[in-house]
Design a protein around this ligand. Structure first.
Ligand SMILES: [Zn+2]
Length: 263
């Protein structure tokens, strides 16, 4: 090794002890452990960010493939600690890219990303603020769910296994303009009582502990609405599972743990 290279290396690994003397070699183990932990921590954060964005992109694509949206309708968000990942304004569900997902604080301030978050972000944030258990939200306008949200049809939901669980409680909010404070407040006031909201003349909002559960709720509710509409059209009497049996199903450990307490 050349003399100069040796000097550089020496400088790199030199350090001062408590008495102020310059010493050679590695400072101490804890220094290196801290350094490596810092690097791993940074990578871990990046990795989690990337994972959340990818999951949102996957969800958008799935919504489009399942024909659960149209045009630029719909938006998706996911929470990580005090940060909320949300799709940007004007994005198309089936065509999301990483740069279409912004990071906001719970106060709506944009922390990371270019452009504007969806104009319905306020509605998502109200749910996150009100419901600590909620980690993901999907909003869309599937045909039959929106159809039911435009009618006075009394929705029958105790029809099959998944519907008894995901649609145990479906609540409605009246029409307010998309992105308005009034709509966000109406959702805030009711979101504690259910996991699925039908927004009249607008669409559906599903929220849960992760995006997989939101996707399931969206699909199940759309099928429930389709059954209700087809039954109505065909003059078929849709039979529901009796209330006592539904209660036994939800509380007896036959499916997932019941989410709504004192239901
Ligand atoms: Zn909307």
């Amino acid at each position: 090794m050349s003399y100069h290279r040796k000097v550089h290396l020496k400088k790199l690994f030199s350090w001062k002890n408590e008495a102020g003397e310059v010493r050679d070699g590695f400072p101490c183990f804890s220094y290196w452990i801290c350094f490596f932990r810092f690097c791993i921590g940074l990578q871990g954060k990046e990795y989690r960010m990337d994972k959340i964005k990818q999951e949102i992109i996957r969800t958008g694509r799935w919504i489009k493939e399942q024909k659960l949206t149209w045009g630029t309708s719909g938006n998706i968000s996911a929470r990580e600690g005090s940060m909320v990942y949300v799709t940007a304004s004007g994005t198309v569900m089936g065509d999301l890219r990483e740069e279409d997902i912004l990071v906001c604080g719970l106060d709506g301030r944009v922390i990371d990303g270019e452009g504007k978050p969806s104009k319905e972000t306020g509605m998502h944030l109200e749910v996150y603020r009100r419901r600590e258990d909620v980690q993901a939200i999907v909003h869309s306008s599937p045909f039959y769910s929106t159809f039911c949200a435009c009618s006075n049809l009394v929705l029958k939901t105790n029809l099959f296994i998944e519907s008894m669980y995901y649609d145990e409680a479906v609540k409605y909010v009246p029409y307010f303009h998309a992105g308005s404070k009034e709509l966000a407040e109406a959702v805030r006031d009711i979101c504690g009582q259910c996991h699925v909201i039908l927004m009249e003349h607008h669409g559906i909002l599903a929220y849960d502990k992760n995006l997989a559960e939101c996707r399931a709720a969206l699909e199940v509710t759309e099928n429930v609405c389709k059954m209700n509409v087809l039954a109505q059209m065909g003059g078929i009497a849709l039979q529901e599972v009796p209330a006592e049996t539904v209660k036994d199903f939800l509380e007896g450990g036959y499916y997932k743990k019941r989410r709504i307490q004192n239901g």
